[in-house]
Design a protein around this ligand. Structure first.
Ligand code: F0G
Length: 356
């Protein structure tokens, strides 16, 4: 058989070149991020009963296993183009993993500040393996972000948190992909909200496709915070945010105003879900064969909550962004599952446990 040369995905900057800020080709730092699958939910029966389709945008399949790679390729490429030799970020884990990988790829140094003891193990291992300087701060994400902002204002290092405008530009490409995969815009787009960059980015992406006449309608943007870290829902910053979904353990989001705009312009909702609701959705997704991290499951938990309020109609299309891979947080996965059974290495004993 002859191998046929097919189009190989070139990463979001090259694939969406005309829709992103210009960048010199030799500055592009990419790991061929993007082009993640949109997977239809098969089981959650009673929602289907009403002719509603739910799709999962599985962003855990990006190179560093979260959606952050879409924005990081832009931010690190621009830093390189501008002659920067180092990047810095505060992170609940995924941004630091992505910054470390893309900086390594581009030959830049990475400095990452994380809340001590509060980031999932997989994410910490990524930042360490890619050679970032990892600093654990005795405080939370919001404290770490205030410090890195100061450092980048004073020292020769580029900030790659989502207040860096190139991050949002790169992340909006996920909305382009959703529309291209479906052939239209969904009725609702559900996603977890932490620092609120991603809801800002998706809304920008959808609006740009609408302005270009590529889609006819816009989705309602449905953002979900964790109950113990829900500043936007409550209307004030949370001093000590707490949630099992460590990725969105944020008390004072940078893109607060833009998230509110996305909600209001789209006619959507920003609401919250409890840790129990998050873990329930996390397990339901695993039963579908899709493993995401707890924060990601806030999107589906939001769908379930809204379904109870009976907002969906037959024919609605719902997209949930699953922002990060389940392997990022093995501790929560193991805590949420039945323990393996130990048995002697003897056929009869194994068969008895198997129940045959
Ligand atoms: N889901 C995951 C898995 C995340 O890592 C984050 C944010 C979010 C959702 C929320 O996205 O901040 O754009 O509203 N993680 C950041 C980090 C804060 O440092 O990795 P957002």
């Amino acid at each position: 058989m002859q191998a046929t040369k097919r189009h190989i995905w070139n990463g979001v900057i090259r694939e969406f070149y005309d829709l992103l800020p210009g960048i010199k080709d030799d500055s592009i730092v990419t790991l061929r991020e993007g082009n993640t699958p949109l997977i239809e939910v098969l089981t959650m029966g009673d929602l289907f009963g009403k002719g509603i389709r739910i799709f999962l945008k599985y962003e855990g399949l990006n190179p560093t296993a979260s959606f952050k790679d879409r924005g990081m390729t832009m931010a690190v490429s621009k830093a390189k183009e501008e002659g920067s030799h180092a990047v810095i970020c505060a992170s609940t884990g995924n941004t630091s993993a992505s910054a470390a990988a893309y900086a390594a790829r581009g030959g830049l140094r990475a400095y990452v500040l994380i809340p001590e003891g509060k980031i999932a193990l997989g994410k910490l291992s990524q930042a360490m393996m890619h050679g970032a300087t990892v600093i654990q701060v005795e405080g939370n994400f919001d404290d770490a972000l205030a410090i890195v902002k100061e450092v980048s204002n004073t020292y020769p290092v580029t900030l790659v948190n989502s207040i860096n405008p190139y991050r949002i530009e790169g992340q909006k490409t996920a909305a382009f992909e959703v529309c291209s995969h479906l052939g239209y815009a969904p009725t609702y787009h559900f996603l977890p909200v932490g620092n609120a960059g991603n809801i800002t980015a998706y809304w920008r992406g959808y609006k740009e496709f609408r302005e270009k006449g590529i889609i006819d309608t816009l989705p309602k943007m449905m953002g979900f915070e964790a109950e113990g870290a829900a500043p936007i829902v409550r209307g004030y910053p949370i001093k000590n945010p707490e949630t099992v979904a460590s990725a969105i353990r944020i008390g004072n989001p940078s893109s607060w105003e833009n998230a509110v705009k996305a909600r209001d312009e789209s006619g959507g909702v920003i609401d919250m879900v409890s840790d129990d609701e998050i873990i329930n959705a996390y397990k339901l997704l695993a039963k579908e064969g899709v493993f995401c991290e707890p924060a990601s499951a806030a999107s589906l938990a939001g769908v379930i909550k809204m379904h109870k309020n009976d907002i969906f109609k037959s024919g609605d299309t719902i997209v949930c962004t699953l922002t990060g891979h389940g392997l990022k947080d093995p501790d929560t996965a193991i805590k949420s599952s039945d323990k393996p059974v130990s048995v002697e290495a003897e056929l009869s004993k194994v068969v008895r446990v198997l129940g045959f």
